[in-house]
Design a protein around this ligand. Structure first.
Ligand code: C5P
Length: 394
């Protein structure tokens, strides 16, 4: 878990009806304490008890924000706010207030269809950098019923921006490659071979690295877990093992860290039929699929000549976890290998938790407790960062 972080959420206008409940609840779920400041117009729409009940803390009436609340806040998220308020928050008289806050102030402006946003773009260009950051709609809209469509970043994007503002940027400037999810190996237009991976562990790694300031590329198969809408995560969707190999090999040399978390199919059908294969009535009811090995991506990076990133592999095992993991670390030439016993309850596929043991190249072993996949991701990134530092120093 994060050590307790506090955020001040400023809300203005009709966005209080669509953004505030999902934002407050998702921030609380991440262990963040939320203090909500509503403007007069937001209070008119939802009443004073709405955010008090949601956040569990007394309402603050904007603009009367007590200094103690500013001093206690690790970041401010103004989401959503009208064009007029977004401009006001950038004016000089608010700068002294923002200096009291420990971290950044993220402003999420919202435009009604009749507003063109020209003014805010001018303000934005003259207030780049510093404590104030902007999260623009970038084509996203929220349906406000009879009011029409509001141009504003979605609650999910606001959450990613808030968590990034609250997290120490110890991966800033680092390029991180992650593979995630299963692969799907087609053998006719409707049928394919795959596995039970959902991609959740890989997505957690991508998300935690992005919150810490990394520039993340996630090469993923067909996942049932969505890639979070974070500006620092570039998704590269692929379908099969060969496509994952090609996508990874095209960018791996530029990376500082590569974590290969995908459950890549080990075998792929030798033949692909362009038409749907019929049930063969003239056979004895047996259908055979001839398959061949797929390229091993982790092994190829580990044995590539020239510079390669700090390399982390995963191993899902069902028996002899320690022996297989140690052997895999050596044979695939990784810097670190994260092993989990997929037969243990709360560990492995399609659950929110994982129990991982980390094997390092120097022979040391770190056994992590069973935790949420996001907490496991945090710990894996901590250990990798330490290893990367040590490698750079040698
Ligand atoms: O040999 P095994 O499949 O158990 O190794 C697992 C590790 O190797 C994982 O990190 C997985 O992402 C990676 N791998 C790969 N390409 C394959 C098979 C596995 O990168 N074709």
């Amino acid at each position: 878990m994060l050590s307790l972080k506090r955020i001040l959420l400023i809300v203005d206008g009709p966005g209080v009806m669509t953004h505030t409940a999902p934002l407050v609840t998702s921030l609380l779920r991440q262990g963040v304490a939320v203090r909500v400041a509503l403007t007069e117009s937001a209070r008119l729409l939802v009443g004073d008890y709405f955010t008090t009940m949601l956040s569990g803390t007394p309402l603050v009436r904007f603009p009367d924000i007590p200094e103690k609340i500013l001093d206690d806040s690790d970041a401010v998220l103004a989401a959503p706010v009208s064009e007029k308020l977004a401009k006001t928050l950038c004016e000089d008289n608010w700068q002294a207030a923002w200096k009291r806050v420990k971290g950044p102030v993220v402003i999420v402006p919202a435009f009604l269809p009749q507003e063109d946003g020209a003014d805010i773009r001018k303000t934005l260009s003259s207030h780049g950098g510093g404590a104030v950051q902007w999260l623009m709609a970038d084509g996203e809209t929220t349906d406000m019923g009879s009011l029409g469509l509001l141009d504003v970043a979605s609650p999910a994007r606001c959450l990613e921006a808030a968590m990034t503002a609250l997290t120490k940027r110890d991966f800033a400037g680092k390029r991180v490659l992650i593979t995630a999810g299963p692969t799907a190996e087609d053998f006719d237009p409707v049928r394919f071979v795959t596995n039970r991976s959902t991609g959740r562990m890989g997505v957690a790694l991508a998300r935690m690295a992005a919150w810490r300031g990394a520039d993340v590329t996630i090469v993923h198969g067909p996942m049932s877990w969505p890639v979070p809408p974070h500006g620092g995560i570039h998704a590269c969707p692929v379908r099969n093992a060969q496509a994952m190999y090609d996508a990874v090999m095209a960018c791996v040399a530029e990376m500082d860290l590569a974590i290969l978390c995908a459950a890549v199919a080990d075998f792929t059908p030798i033949e692909y039929s362009n038409v749907k294969i019929k049930k063969q009535k003239n056979t004895d009811g047996v259908f055979s699929l001839k398959m061949k090995r797929t390229p091993d991506i982790l092994d190829s990076i580990g044995h590539a000549t020239g510079r390669h990133p700090f390399l982390v592999g995963f191993a899902a095992e069902s028996d002899h976890v320690q022996a297989y993991a140690q052997a895999k670390l050596e044979s695939k030439n990784c810097d670190m290998l994260c092993a989990n016993d997929v037969t243990k309850p709360g560990s492995g596929f399609a659950v929110g938790t994982n129990q991982v043991t980390v094997f390092k190249r120097d022979g040391s072993v770190v056994e992590l407790p069973q935790m949420s996949k996001e907490d496991v991701a945090r710990r894996i990134l901590d250990i990798a960062l330490e290893g990367m530092g040590r490698r750079a120093a040698n």
